[in-house]
Design a protein around this ligand. Structure first.
Ligand code: GDD
Ligand code: MG
Length: 382
C-alpha cells in the first residue's frame, strides 16, 4: 500500500513562520508538522506498529501491512524539504520519495504527476493526506470501511463549528454515501467537513489531468455525483493547524490527546499547570508558572519568574525574567525581554527580539526584527 502526502502550498496563512521554512516544517508540539503526519500515519496502520516502531522493527512491520512507499508531493522550497527528509528517511527506515512539481498543481494535479509511483500491479487503493492536519488516524478502520462500501473513494469527515473554511460534505448517515461535496461554501450546507484524509482507488487517477487541479472542486463533486464517494466520520480530535488561531487550538487538542494516552512526554511539577511539553534540553528558571497548553522547544531558556499559557515557544528561544506570554507563538531563536507581556495571538517570526517591558497585543512580527515599543493593537510589523 502506498500513501501520498500533499506538502505543497505556500502556507501564507501561517506567515511569518512560513517565511523561514515551508509549512510542513513549521514545528508543532516540538516537531515539524510533517513528522506528526508520518509518525501518526505509520503508527495507526494495522499490525500494532506502535510497539514495533518503538522496538525498531519498522521495516518488518510496514512490510507486514504492505506499506512500501510514501510519496511527498512537493512544490515549494523542495530543496529544504529534501534535505530534511533525507536524514529522516534513514531514521524511519522506509522508502520516502518525492514527487516534485515545477508549478503548483493544487490538491489533485500532484496525484496525476505521481501516478506511476502510486499505481502498482496490486491494484490496491492508496492514501492521500493533507499535511497541515493534526488528528488521530484510524486508517485500519478506513481500509475496512473502503472495502465494505465498494465505491471509488473514501474520505474522512469531522464536525466543526465554522464549516465555511473547509470542504463541506453532505452524506447519507447510514451508508456514508456522499450526496454533495462543496468546497468553502458561501451559504450553510452542513457542518461535516472534509478532514483531508483519503483512501482512493487507482481509477480516481483516470479522472485527473496533469495540470493545476483541485481535488475538492473538480474531482470529489464528480465522484459524488456518480454515487461513488463515501465518507466516514473521524472519531477523536481533528484540527487544520494551517493558521495561527487554529494552530493554538490544535495544540490544546493534541496535548489533551497526549494526556488521555497517559503520555510520558507531558511535564509535571509544582510549576506546571495542565498539559505542557518541555523539551529535555530546555532550561526552566525558578518561580516560573507554565501551562496550560504550552510547548517549549529544544534549547529554549525560560528565565525565572516567567508566566506562560496557551503558547508555543520554538527551538532556541530565550524568555527573560518575569515576562508573561499567552495565546501566542514565539518563532525560532527569538527573545522576549524582561517584564514583557505578549498576548492575543501575537506571532513572532524567526529571530525576533522583543525589548524589556514591551507589550504586544496581537502583533504579527516578521523575521529578524527588533521591537522596542509596544504593539497596542493587532497589526503586522514588517
Ligand atoms: N503538492 C502540492 N501542490 N500540495 C498542495 C498544493 C500544491 O499546489 N496546494 C496545496 N497543497 C497542500 C497543502 O500543503 C495542504 O497539505 C493541502 O494541500 C490542502 O491545502 P490547504 O491550502 O491547506 O487547503 P485548505 O486548508 O484551505 O482546505 C483543504 O483542507 C481542509 C481540511 O483542513 C481542503 O481539502 C478542504 O476541503 C478541507 O476541509
Ligand atoms: Mg489547510
Amino acid at each position: 500500500m502506498k500513501a501520498l502526502i500533499l506538502v505543497g502550498g505556500f502556507g501564507t496563512r501561517l506567515r511569518p513562520l512560513t517565511l523561514s521554512v515551508p509549512k510542513p516544517l513549521v514545528d508543532f508540539a516540538n516537531k515539524p508538522m510533517i513528522l506528526h503526519q508520518l509518525f501518526n500515519f505509520f503508527l495507526s496502520l494495522p499490525g500494532n506498529l506502535c510497539y514495533r516502531f518503538a522496538s525498531g522493527l519498522t521495516i518488518e512491520a510496514l512490510k507486514a501491512v504492505g506499506v512500501t512507499e510514501v510519496v511527498l508531493a512537493i512544490n515549494y522550497q523542495p530543496e529544504v524539504m529534501l534535505n530534511f527528509l533525507k536524514e529522516f528517511e534513514k531514521k524511519l527506515e522506509i522508502k520516502i520519495t518525492c514527487s516534485q512539481e515545477t508549478e503548483p498543481l493544487g490538491t489533485a494535479g500532484p496525484l496525476a504527476l505521481a501516478r506511476d509511483k502510486l499505481i502498482d500491479d496490486s491494484g490496491e487503493p492508496f492514501f492521500v493526506l493533507n499535511s497541515d492536519v493534526i488528528s488521530e488516524y484510524p486508517l485500519k478502520e478506513m481500509i475496512e470501511f473502503h472495502r465494505g462500501h465498494g465505491g471509488e473513494a473514501s474520505i474522512m469527515v469531522t464536525k466543526v463549528d465554522e464549516p465555511s473554511k473547509y470542504g463541506v460534505v453532505v452524506m447519507e448517515e447510514t451508508t456514508g454515501r456522499v450526496e454533495k461535496f462543496v468546497e468553502k461554501p458561501k451559504i450553510f450546507v452542513g457542518n461535516k467537513i472534509n478532514a483531508g484524509i483519503y483512501l482512493l482507488n487507482p481509477s480516481v487517477l483516470d479522472r485527473i489531468e496533469l495540470k493545476p487541479t483541485s481535488i475538492e472542486k473538480e474531482v470529489f463533486p464528480n465522484i459524488a455525483a456518480e454515487n461513488k464517494l463515501y465518507a466516514m466520520v473521524l472519531p477523536g480530535f481533528w484540527m487544520d493547524i494551517g493558521q495561527p488561531k487554529d494552530y493554538i487550538t490544535g495544540l490544546r487538542l493534541y496535548l489533551d490527546f497526549l494526556r488521555k494516552q497517559s503520555s510520558p512526554d507531558l511535564a509535571s511539577g509544582s510549576h506546571i499547570i495542565g498539559n505542557v511539553l518541555v523539551h529535555e534540553s530546555a532550561e526552566i528558571g525558578d518561580g516560573c508558572l507554565i501551562g496550560p497548553d504550552v510547548a517549549i522547544g529544544p534549547g529554549c531558556v525560560i528565565e525565572s519568574g516567567v508566566r506562560l499559557s496557551c503558547c508555543t515557544i520554538m527551538r532556541g528561544v530565550r524568555i527573560k525574567k518575569h515576562a508573561c506570554i499567552s495565546g501566542s507563538i514565539i518563532g525560532w531563536h527569538s527573545t522576549v525581554g524582561r517584564w514583557a507581556r505578549v498576548e492575543n495571538m501575537t506571532i513572532l517570526g524567526e529571530d525576533v527580539h522583543i525589548g524589556d517591558e514591551v507589550y504586544s497585543n496581537g502583533g504579527v512580527v516578521l523575521p529578524h526584527k527588533e521591537i522596542k515599543s509596544s504593539i497596542l493593537k493587532p497589526e503586522i510589523v514588517m
